[in-house]
Design a protein around this ligand. Sequence first.
Ligand code: HEC
Length: 190
Amino acid sequence: MIKLKYTVLFVLFVALVSCDTTAKLSKEAQEEYLSKGKDISQKTFKLLSGNLMQQMQQGGPSQALPFCNLQAIPLTESIALQENVQLKRLSTLYRNIKNKPNVAEERILNTYNRALINGEKLSPVLMSSPTGKPQFYAPIIIGEKCLSCHGTVGKEISLKTDSLIKTMYPKDLATGYKVGDLRGIWSIQF
Ligand code: HEC
């Protein structure tokens, strides 16, 4: 029953998204923004994870954590500037409060989470922002490499790493994840 409800909600969500955008953008323009969104989010992911892995290899989480703390947002911003878009990584269970979603973004996160629970495939979506601008969202999924900082404390996250995380982010919400969980979303406004 619950599963059916979520499926219906997700289908409704997809339908709403499609109606919303088709009203304002041609099919070709939608495809183009979707593909641009995918490119930009993948490029940012590569930049962030490339730097992260380098730091991890050099000094493990105690070197990579301060690096993320200082560089995650500036690195993301550098691509936003280059691509002339607004680019964010958002999560309901955020580490940095600057990545806290607003109400509309939280709705997208919840919809993705429900779809994931239902075993549905999560795909990027294109919709229209309240100001009528093309707005892209895509899911961010937890992989093996993320667990040393977003996994379970005492299991994948060492006690030393945990205390470092709590020093930098006293109100951290971003632990307890497993591989395949939804960590957050990319949000790109063109
Ligand atoms: C070395 C530790 C470390 C690893 C490994 C790591 N992260 Fe993070 N993550 C952080 C830190 C620190 C922040 C907060 C960055 C900031 O302050 O801007 C963060 C923030 C995030 C955010 C933004 C939302 C939030 O909670 O603030 C996302 C999304 C995210 N990480 C996804 C991932 C994914 C996906 C992986 C694996 C590919 C990963 N992280 C691996 C440390 C890590």
